[in-house]
Structures are given as structure tokens and as C-alpha cells.
Ligand binder design. Structure first.
Ligand code: CP
Ligand code: NVA
Length: 304
């Protein structure tokens, strides 16, 4: 059987994503009903972190435990991974002792090299280029709250980063549109999104224009992990790209607000918006757990 990896959002087809969402709803219902569901009993997840994390580590580790398996945490500070062992060698060894691997790192090419040498599925837990597990959770959250996302408009206000590029892939696969506005000097590079064409998004200079009529307004930190040296200058350059109450008034009346978290209130979003009635950030964070359980079930066992 060929191994299926999840290195970017479009590694799964539209049909597979919809299947994962169906399984997510079912798995979430078992969890909420305190029902034991152990399809991955005796299976092991290895999690490799080269960057910090709260949600990703917790949701993968708790998720694997809840599916009956075990999770092992490795980081580059206290394993051989940080001491120059070739990633190809690490992949050979780690994948002989585990059933699924999740990696959070800098370069997308690193997880691609790992996956090319892995005997088991590899999941992207965030790279500089993509954050596919987060967008799965975001779209599942949208569907829970509002129904199908097909034909809807998502406004992305802020940095052209891993989250935004993953939104573009999702829009192409699931048939919705992204209005994107980034500050001068931080342009979107559509090449990085690895799209079939550029029909699924529109670029706006003015964030207010991008938010007009949107069904979902979303943003992220102005300075992603790995870009900390640019923080001071970004604080100035992004100051007009804050999702505030005024931006939310031009979106659809029933528009949702999402943020992958961690958030900086007063920078990319105001307290009033993130803690306001349109915000679904806590459901969004919780759904990381449920979608990743469905994803691991699918990658390890296939359709059941
Ligand atoms: N949203 C997200 O991936 O959070 P962590 O960085 O805490 O994992
Ligand atoms: N864009 C952010 C997401 C954090 C979950 C980062 O890469 O730091």
C-alpha cells in the first residue's frame, strides 16, 4: 500500500478532505459523549518540533492518546536531530519505530526529504510555507457554525505567511474565494501556494475592501516564528492591518472571526473583535484535536 503524507493542504483531494471532515464530526461526537474509541491502539506517533508550540503539541499528543495510541515528543535541542544527523537517516530510523510522524520545522523541503525516506505517513505540523492542520480545523469550524464553505468569501488581513498560503490551497480545492490584503513590502507570492491557477483569490491594497461582504475574516500574527528579527519594523509596517470593529462592520452581518492563535491583542486584532460575539477562536483551537484525530485515523488506517 502506498503511504499517504499530509505535507500541504492539497496532498488530500477534495473528496478525501470531505471524508476527513465526516470522520471528524463522528470522532468529536464520541469524545463529547465520553465514548472510548481506540482505532490506533498500540500505534505510536512521533512528534518532532523545531519551533515552539502549545496547541499543536497538545492536540496531537492528546489526540493520539485518545485514539488508544502513544505519542513521543522529540525536539532538536536534545536529540541528534539538532546535531547534524542527515534528515534522511533520521527518517529511516524514526519511521521503523513508529506508525505516523508529525513535524514542525522551518523549511518545507525538510519535511519533503523526511517523507521521501519514511516508511510511515508524515504530517506537516507547520512550516514557514504551510500550516495545513490549522486550516483543516478552521474550515471544519466554519462548516459546524455556518454549513458548507463552498461559494463563500474569506478575508485574509495581514501577513503573506504559512497560514495565508494554506488558505489559498484550501480555496482552490473546496471552491471558496479568498480576499487577501497585505501591507506594502509584504506581497503575496502566488508561486509559494502551489496552485493550479490564480482564480481562487483576489489581492486588495486596502484591508477594508478585502473585508467587504466576507463570510469569514481571519488574520494571524504580524511576525511568524523564524522572523523575530523583523519584529520591530513589522510592528510599524502592519499597523493599518489590524482587524478591528470597523473592519468587521463591512463584512457580512453574520461573518465569523478566526485566528489560529497565539494572538497579540492590540496588534493584528483588537480585544473587542477576538473576544467579541463573532469570534470562534476557542472552537477553532479545540477542533485541532478532532480534525487531527480524523486525519491520523485516515493516514494510518485508510477509509474505515
Ligand atoms: N495555532 C497553532 O499552531 O498553535 P501552536 O503554535 O501553539 O501550536
Ligand atoms: N504564522 C504563525 C502561526 C503560528 C501558529 C507562525 O508561523 O509563527
Amino acid at each position: 500500500m502506498s503511504i499517504k503524507h499530509y505535507l500541504q493542504f492539497n496532498d488530500l483531494s477534495t473528496e478525501e478532505i470531505n471524508y476527513v471532515f465526516e470522520r471528524t464530526a463522528w470522532i468529536k461526537a464520541q469524545f463529547k459523549g465520553y465514548k472510548k474509541y481506540w482505532p490506533l491502539e498500540d500505534r505510536t506517533l512521533v512528534m518532532i518540533f523545531e519551533k515552539a508550540s502549545t496547541r499543536t503539541r497538545l492536540s496531537f499528543e492528546a489526540g493520539m492518546h485518545q485514539l488508544g495510541g502513544a505519542a513521543i515528543y522529540l525536539n532538536t535541542r536534545d536529540s541528534q536531530l539538532g546535531r547534524g544527523e542527515p534528515v534522511e537517516d533520521a527518517a529511516q530510523v524514526i519511521s521503523r519505530m513508529s506508525d505516523v510522524v508529525m513535524i514542525r520545522t522551518f523549511e518545507q523541503s525538510l519535511i519533503e526529504r523526511f517523507a521521501a525516506n519514511s516508511r510511515v505517513p508524515v504530517i506537516n505540523g507547520l512550516t514557514n510555507q504551510y500550516h495545513p492542520c490549522q486550516i483543516l480545523a478552521d474550515i471544519f469550524t466554519y462548516i459546524e457554525q455556518r454549513g458548507s464553505i463552498a461559494g463563500k468569501t474569506v478575508a485574509w488581513i495581514g501577513d503573506a505567511n504559512n497560514m495565508s498560503y494554506t488558505w489559498l490551497q484550501a480555496a482552490e480545492l473546496l471552491g471558496f474565494h479568498v480576499n487577501i490584503s497585505t501591507p506594502p513590502g509584504y506581497p503575496l507570492d502566488p508561486e509559494l501556494a502551489d496552485l493550479d491557477n490564480n482564480k481562487a483569490f483576489t489581492v486588495f491594497e486596502d484591508p477594508m475592501e478585502a473585508a467587504k461582504g466576507a463570510d469569514l475574516v481571519t488574520t494571524d500574527v504580524w511576525t511568524s516564528m523564524g522572523f523575530e528579527a523583523e519584529n520591530e519594523v513589522r510592528l510599524k509596517d502592519f499597523s493599518d492591518w489590524c482587524v478591528d470593529e470597523e473592519i468587521m462592520t463591512v463584512a457580512n452581518k453574520d461573518a465569523l472571526f478566526m485566528h489560529c492563535l497565539p494572538a497579540h491583542r492590540g496588534e493584528e486584532v483588537t480585544t473587542g473583535v477576538i473576544d467579541g460575539e463573532q469570534s470562534v477562536v476557542w472552537d477553532e483551537a479545540e477542533n485541532r484535536l478532532h480534525v487531527q484525530k480524523a486525519l491520523m485515523e485516515y493516514l494510518v488506517l485508510g477509509k474505515i
